[in-house]
Design a protein around this ligand. Sequence first.
Ligand SMILES: Nc1ncnc2c1ncn2[C@@H]1O[C@H](COP(=O)(O)OP(=O)(O)OP(=O)(O)O)[C@@H](O)[C@H]1O
Length: 306
Amino acid sequence: MILQADQLSKAFGSTQALDKLSLSIEAGSFFGLLGPNGAGKSTFMSIVSGFLTQDSGSLTLDNSKLDPNNIEQKKKIGLSPQHIALYKELSAETNLKLFGKLYGLRGKELHQQIEYALEVAQLTERRKSPVKEFSGGMKRRLNIAAALMHKPKILLCDEPTVGVDPQSRNAIFDTLLELKASGMTIVYSTHYMEEAERLCDQIAIIDAGKILRVGSLDTLLQELPRTNLIRARANTLDTQQAATLSTFGDVQQTGSSLQLQTAPDFKLSSFFKWTEEQNLEATHFQIAHPSLEDLFLHLTGKDLRE
Ligand SMILES: Nc1ncnc2c1ncn2[C@@H]1O[C@H](COP(=O)(O)OP(=O)(O)OP(=O)(O)O)[C@@H](O)[C@H]1O
């Protein structure tokens, strides 16, 4: 394990931001922290990177206790914070130079890392432009690249796609996946389940400062009851057909749409045999598989995006 948190707690006044949070992150993994706003994701990342101190609990980095004053340990961690931390009046290149110098890079190494970071951010052509002229996506890419200047082993990425257009979002995903392929450990916080599903090897579901579950997508989803959700247009079914549909599970009608939560003994083959016999077009039926959103609802009784 490259990073372990043991019973980490942090309160801000009466708000318990982290509540005895424990987790283990494997070296080289793409680890997702999935939770709603206020779950404690940023607080966790700020403590790991030494910007905040926990009230209790400990962190272990590469088998040594993490000490915020230990410079060698600090160099292993890069944080791309949720709020863009760049100097708007300065160019991309100068921003990177400043970040590099903060981490003690000088001379040839500093210049090599600037070239590398500009390439990662896909901003080599715009190196001389001030950050204030950049789009949201360009700023976000530079915010990530700045965190890479000192060649960290772990990159903490705090909600890097908020306020980013779809094209830049895909560019960020590609960059992070390339970094992971090169051996870097990525810790990625998000409240978008699609991002966690698409990117992460391991996902920790976090709410109110506690880790509710950790596992791969498949393992997590196994916890949900094995039912299918089938949606149909109500106006394509007559009364008799709607009644037969209810033999396959629980039917709920809202306006012109029907939702069928299938029974435990439900067989997809019998269902489609019936739809064929009835001349019902399969395109009018939509099968939804359980998602992390459903799991979050199952665990907390609330929506991930509330
Ligand atoms: N500096 C602070 N002062 C007071 N309360 C804080 C501070 N930082 C965080 N909190 C509170 O701690 C809780 C956890 O916040 P945190 O920012 O870690 O959550 P998050 O999961 O990152 O969500 P978000 O995406 O909204 O930042 C929230 O209730 C938040 O209001």
